[in-house]
Design a protein around this ligand. Structure first.
Ligand code: DLL
Length: 432
């Protein structure tokens, strides 16, 4: 374990959270006009926040609020104290901008080190970091954390797959950090290039995140590379990666001494009890440059406070099923791409490379799923392909209640992504 706080008892944690929350409420009220106005509208002041139990009195913050305050109006420190700026592009509107002071960088590095330590990362490791470097927080977040634990970092960033494989082999990379879809792509290219994935590489663990991954995709990566799968969860608005990381038991621990999580019902905005699924909300309690109050992530998950076999007491979140804005409503049925991925990857012969296409035909939505199969299945003849197609269609109807048309495509025909995979093509009018 990197820090004793990770196994503090829950009363102790809640005491730390209360002290920090009080300070933070005061800071945002005094330093950020946006929050002062929001607090005033609700008729509350910093004195009403005496501890974590008062969290629910505070206002929510949304991505739109960040956009409306573009670029720096939500910052609680002058730009002279800011040492780093990141930004996420998003698909619509202005980008969201996040800033870090020196102290914020220390916290970020600390939470990343905690995550990497879950795979026992240290001076004996070579960390191949294929998350994008640049405005995206993935690359630099992992970079600082890996240096902190004393590993040798290879800052390869995304793209140039063949060169990356060469470096991974020659430098003896032991830990790979990238999106799960890129890790799968790397495995495919390595096979094509004639590498023996288990013999030619020294990889022992991977930190995969920034997008959802179904159980099937996780198993495929573990199997192809022969590694332990660790998940990284985070978002730029809160800090970047490092909000939560999964331990040796596969449980995603939130660094709640820095970020307090809540799960709410996205309709009523009521806080839901532990174990119930809803929208994840975070309040940062130590961030200086960009403190955020009750940020609505749109990510769907549930929280579990029971201690973990790994010894950590930090609360556990379920892996995110998807973002509520990636949820497709197809003829009234809610579907997440990760659920489609789950059904696909359960069936032998398919790969986790797929794309979902939604169109409007008359009044109805029509859903098509294009999925790549492995070479053996593809060469199995038309009968086998037809049977697989029918099987997948039936599974989707039985498990997800959706009537999808499946199209089987040849191996390696769908576009690969170097970062977050694009799984949905929504051609319906009035969407996004
Ligand atoms: O994706 C930060 C990050 C980088 C996390 C590297 C992990 C590894 P953003 O670009 O701001 O930040 O996107 C944040 O990505 O709200 C989720 O919807 C999604 N996301 C991140 N991690 C996971 C994960 C980075 N493990 C948004 N599982 C979040 C599912 C994830 N979705």
């Amino acid at each position: 374990m990197w820090n004793r706080v990770e196994s503090a008892n829950r009363e102790e944690l809640s005491r730390i959270q209360s002290i920090r929350l009080k300070e933070m409420a005061e800071r945002v009220y005094n330093l950020v006009p946006f929050y002062r106005q929001k607090f005033d509208e609700l008729g509350i002041g910093p004195a009403d926040i005496r501890g974590v139990d008062d969290l629910k009195k505070l206002p929510f913050t949304t991505k739109q609020d960040l956009r409306d305050n573009y670029p720096f109006s939500l910052f609680a420190t002058p730009l002279t104290s800011v040492v780093r700026i990141h930004s996420s592009s998003g698909t619509t509107g202005k980008p969201t901008v996040v800033g870090y002071t020196d102290y914020d960088m220390e916290v970020w590095t600390e939470v990343m080190a905690r995550g990497l330590k879950m795979a026992d990362a240290g001076p004996n490791d070579v960390v191949h970091n294929a998350y994008g470097y640049g405005l995206f927080t993935g690359g630099l977040g992992f970079h600082y954390g890996a240096e902190k634990v004393g590993a040798a970092v290879v800052p390869s960033s995304g793209g140039f797959t063949k060169r990356q494989l060469l470096l991974m082999k020659d430098f003896g990379a032991t830990i790979l950090c990238c999106t799960p879809s890129f890790a799968l792509h790397m495995a495919e290219v390595a096979q094509e290039e004639g590498y023996d994935l288990k013999k030619d590489f020294k990889l022992r663990a991977g930190f995969f995140g920034a997008e959802p991954a179904s159980r099937g995709l996780r198993e495929a990566l573990k199997e192809a590379w022969g590694i332990a799968y660790h998940e990284a969860y985070g978002l730029s608005e809160i800090i970047g990666p490092g909000v939560a990381s999964s331990c040796a038991y596969g449980r995603l621990h939130i660094n709640e001494d820095h970020f307090i999580p809540e799960v709410i019902d996205p309709e009523t905005l009521e806080v839901l009890p532990y174990g119930e699924e809803g929208e994840l909300v975070f309040t940062t309690i130590t961030k200086q440059a960009l403190p955020i109050v009750r940020y609505r992530t749109k990510d769907i998950t549930a929280l579990h406070p029971e201690p973990c076999k790994c010894g950590r007491t930090l609360i556990v979140m379920d892996s995110v099923k998807g973002r509520s804005d990636d949820m497709l409503i197809v003829n009234g049925v809610n579907v997440f791409p990760s659920q489609v991925e789950h059904v696909l990857t359960k069936v032998e012969g398919t790969t986790p490379n797929y794309v979902i296409i939604v169109e409007k035909k008359g009044v109805l939505d029509k859903l098509e799923v294009w999925v790549e199969v492995d070479a053996e299945t593809f060469s199995g003849g038309i009968g086998a392909i037809e049977a697989l197609k029918t099987r997948l269609q039936n599974e989707m109807l039985n498990e997800l209640y959706i009537n999808a048309k499946v199209k089987i495509v040849e191996p390696k025909t769908l576009e690969r992504s170097m970062g977050k995979a694009q799984r949905i093509i929504d051609k319906r009018p009035d969407i996004k």
